[in-house]
Design a protein around this ligand. Structure first.
Ligand SMILES: [Zn+2]
Length: 342
């Protein structure tokens, strides 16, 4: 379930935040500014060093690395990104003087940068989510391996879902890492990694929720459930990256996977007598409140804090609750199984 909220946050995040046409970048004054800047390396009094390299004669006499294609590509990427940024700020200032409200550029609000950070608040909250997942996963790892008893013969944990939670933890940390990078700089490659990781996390959360909700412990049955989902998610990610980046279709896929796991957790929480099911309900409610934030898509306060950033902030406490659910579940199942073994 929480997998659902987190991954939907990430998926929608990468879709909403994508490099897509908005009112701002359709503005001819803005477009002229970007074109001029990429040619001359200047916006008003500001000089963009990354753009200057194309025009100087220094180029020919400069050191070998400055002529490397990768280095040049990197410069070009930065030149484009810096020009868009400074032209956006200039255009927004002009608009403000005319009494106009902020508009989006390339699918994003006009954020102010802090050093290299394009959307500092969202990047910082993504990094915090990553830290919370690491913290949660680590304390789960210590609990199942060192605090709870192990099976006498195999020395494996009694809890049947240990491995699944480890994979979940890895995918969640991976997804938040790319989210943090994407909010730092929205280069196309990072964007691809960002939504691919989010889709992978969402797909795996679905597998986890099905296996847990329906108490599937037998390996063969697990494979029967997981294989088609894994195959589908892999194909979907390859399709998006190498065939067609169809945001509408991706949204449908993510919604179906999200609703399916919502249902499976609801079924589990509805029929289980375990006390920690309340945590699941709390997470659903918290997630719903967090979702409301994303629907109120307002321009960033002070140029920094927008609805999307707040949304990333709300998943931080939910992450704590989520791993605490995993630990409670491991403790409960272990107690039951140890009792049975005696
Ligand atoms: Zn985001």
């Amino acid at each position: 379930m929480v997998g659902l909220w987190f991954s939907l946050v990430l998926v929608i995040g990468s879709l909403v935040g994508g490099l897509h046409a908005s009112a701002g970048d359709a503005d001819p004054i803005y477009r002229a500014c970007v074109g001029e800047c990429e040619k001359t390396g200047h916006v008003g009094d500001i000089t963009i060093p990354h753009c200057l390299i194309w025009h100087s004669d220094q180029m020919k006499n400069s050191s070998w690395y400055m002529q490397e294609p990768l280095y040049l590509q990197w410069k070009q990427l930065n030149c484009g990104s810096d020009c868009c940024y400074h032209c956006m700020l200039q255009r927004e200032n002009e608009r403000q003087e005319l009494g106009l409200a902020p508009i989006k550029y390339h699918g994003k609000w006009p954020f102010k940068r802090i050093y290299v950070f394009q959307e500092p608040a969202s990047a910082a909250f993504s990094a915090l989510n990553l830290v919370m997942h690491f913290n949660g996963w680590l304390s789960f790892f210590i609990l199942v391996n060192y605090k709870l008893p192990l099976r006498p013969q195999s020395k494996r944990t009694y809890y049947e879902y240990t491995g699944l939670w480890h994979i979940y933890g890895f995918l969640a940390m991976n997804a938040w890492l790319w989210s943090a990078l994407f909010h730092t700089r929205d280069f196309e490659l990072i964007e691809k990694f960002d939504y691919s990781s989010a889709v992978a996390l969402l797909g795996f959360s679905l597998i986890l929720s099905l296996l847990r909700a329906f108490d599937i412990k037998d390996e063969a049955t697990r494979v029967m459930y997981a294989a088609p989902i894994l195959a589908f998610v892999t194909t979907h990610i390859l399709y998006l990256n190498f065939y067609e980046l169809d945001f509408g279709w991706n949204m449908k896929v993510c919604t179906v996977m999200g609703v399916a796991q919502l249902l499976s957790w609801a079924i589990w929480a509805g029929r289980t007598p375990q006390p920690h099911r309340l945590k699941i309900w709390a997470i659903v409610l918290g997630g719903a409140v967090a979702m409301l934030l994303e629907t109120y898509d307002f321009a960033p306060w002070g140029g920094y804090l927008d609805a999307h950033a707040l949304w990333h902030a709300t998943t931080i406490p939910l992450t704590c609750l989520w791993w605490s659910f995993a630990k409670a579940d491991a403790e409960h199942r272990t107690a039951v199984l140890v009792k049975k073994a005696k």
